[in-house]
Write a protein that binds this ligand. Structure first.
Ligand code: MLT
Length: 312
C-alpha cells in the first residue's frame, strides 16, 4: 500500500484487485454484464476488477456475502431487478436493499425473450398459449431460482395467463439454457445478454420479447405485448453496490470508474450486440440508481404480494 507522508494510507489504495460478486452462475447474463463492466472499469481504476460467481437463493446469497465483506471498497456486488423483488419474496431477507448498501450506479438494462426448445410444436405466441393450456404437465419452465429475473418473468406470465407450469430452478440461466436446448426443460424467459447467440443461430424458438417496442438488435421477434399479452413488460436493470459505510473516497472512485466504464466504446458496443441498453449518465449515477431501486421495490412488492409467491 502506498503510505503518504506521516504514514497515512491513501484512501482506497490501488494495490489490491476489486472483487465483483456475481449472484448467478458463470456464463449467464449477469456474468456477461459483470465481465464486460470489470474490463471497462479496469481501464480507469489502476487495479484489476475480478469476478466472483456466488450463485444461490435468487441472488440473495451474493447480496449477503457483500454485506459481510470488509467495508473498504474492495468488494462490490453487481445485481439486477432481483434486488427489487427480494424484499417481497423473502420474508426473512436479512437486509434492506434501500438502506444497507452504497448504490454505486446503474450499468445495463436488458430485455427478455420467451424462448422454447426447438421441438415445441407451437409456431407463435397464440399457439404457445393454447399448447401450455392443453399440455401444462408436459411444459417445464426453467428459471434461476426465486428472485431471479427469469423467475419474475415466469411469475408474471403464469399469473397473467392463469396457468401454472412445473418450474425447474438452476444456479443461473446459462445452465438452464443448456438444458432447454437439450430438451430437459421446454420454456424459459431469459435476457438477451444470454440468448443473443442462440437467437441469431435459431437454435431456440423465440415467442416474444418482454418490451413495449421490439428490441432493435432482434427486430424480427414480435413483442408479447403486440401479440396480445397486453403491457407485459420486464426490463432487467442492473446496478452495482458496496456495503453501507464504505468510505466516500472509495465509493466516489468506484462510481467514477463505473461511469467511465459504461461510456467505454467497447462496453457500449458489446451491450448493443447483446440487445442490452446502457443507462444515460443521470440514470446511471448513484442518485439515479438509489431512486430507481426504491421505485422498483415499490412497483414490484404489491404485484408479488398479490401473486402470493414467497421464497421462505
Ligand atoms: C443469470 O445471470 O443467470 C440470470 O440473471 C438469472 C436470472 O436472473 O434469471
Amino acid at each position: 500500500a502506498t503510505a503518504l507522508s506521516g504514514g497515512v494510507q491513501a484512501a482506497f489504495p490501488e494495490d489490491k484487485p476489486v472483487t465483483m460478486v456475481v449472484p448467478f452462475a458463470a456464463g449467464g447474463p449477469t456474468d456477461k454484464v459483470a465481465r464486460e463492466l470489470a474490463l471497462a472499469m479496469g481501464k480507469t481504476l489502476k487495479q484489476q476488477v475480478i469476478v466472483d460467481n456466488s450463485p444461490g437463493a435468487g441472488g440473495t446469497i451474493a447480496a449477503k456475502k457483500v454485506l459481510n465483506a470488509p467495508k473498504d471498497g474492495y468488494t462490490v456486488l453487481i445485481h439486477h431487478i432481483g434486488m427489487s423483488t427480494a424484499p417481497a419474496l423473502y420474508k426473512n431477507l436479512g437486509f434492506d436493499p434501500n438502506t444497507d448498501y452504497e448504490h454505486l450506479g446503474q450499468v445495463a438494462d436488458v430485455p427478455m425473450v420467451m424462448v422454447a426448445n426447438k421441438d415445441l410444436p407451437a409456431k407463435n405466441y397464440t399457439e404457445l398459449l393454447a399448447y401450455i393450456k392443453a399440455n401444462a404437465s408436459k411444459v417445464a419452465y426453467a428459471n434461476a431460482g426465486i428472485g431471479s429475473a427469469s423467475h419474475l418473468c415466469g411469475l408474471l406470465f403464469m399469473s397473467t395467463i392463469q396457468q401454472d407450469m412445473t418450474t425447474v430452478p438452476y444456479k443461473g440461466t446459462a445452465p438452464a439454457l443448456t438444458d432447454l436446448i437439450g430438451g430437459q426443460v421446454q420454456l424459459m424467459c431469459d435476457q438477451t445478454t444470454n440468448l443473443a447467440g442462440q437467437l441469431k443461430a435459431g437454435s431456440v424458438k423465440a415467442y416474444g420479447a418482454t418490451t413495449m417496442q421490439r428490441i432493435p438488435a432482434f427486430k424480427d421477434i414480435p413483442t408479447l405485448h403486440e401479440q396480445g399479452l397486453k403491457n407485459f413488460q420486464v426490463n432487467v436493470w442492473h446496478g452495482v453496490y458496496a456495503p453501507k459505510g464504505t468510505p466516500k473516497a472509495a465509493t466516489d472512485k468506484l462510481s467514477a470508474a463505473i461511469k467511465a466504464g459504461i461510456n467505454d466504446a467497447g462496453y457500449k458496443a458489446k451491450m448493443a450486440e447483446l440487445g442490452a441498453n446502457v443507462p444515460n449518465d443521470k440514470n446511471a449515477s448513484p442518485e439515479g440508481h438509489k431512486a430507481h431501486l426504491k421505485a422498483q421495490i415499490d412497483l414490484w412488492t404489491p404485484i408479488i404480494k398479490k401473486a402470493g409467491v414467497y421464497a421462505d
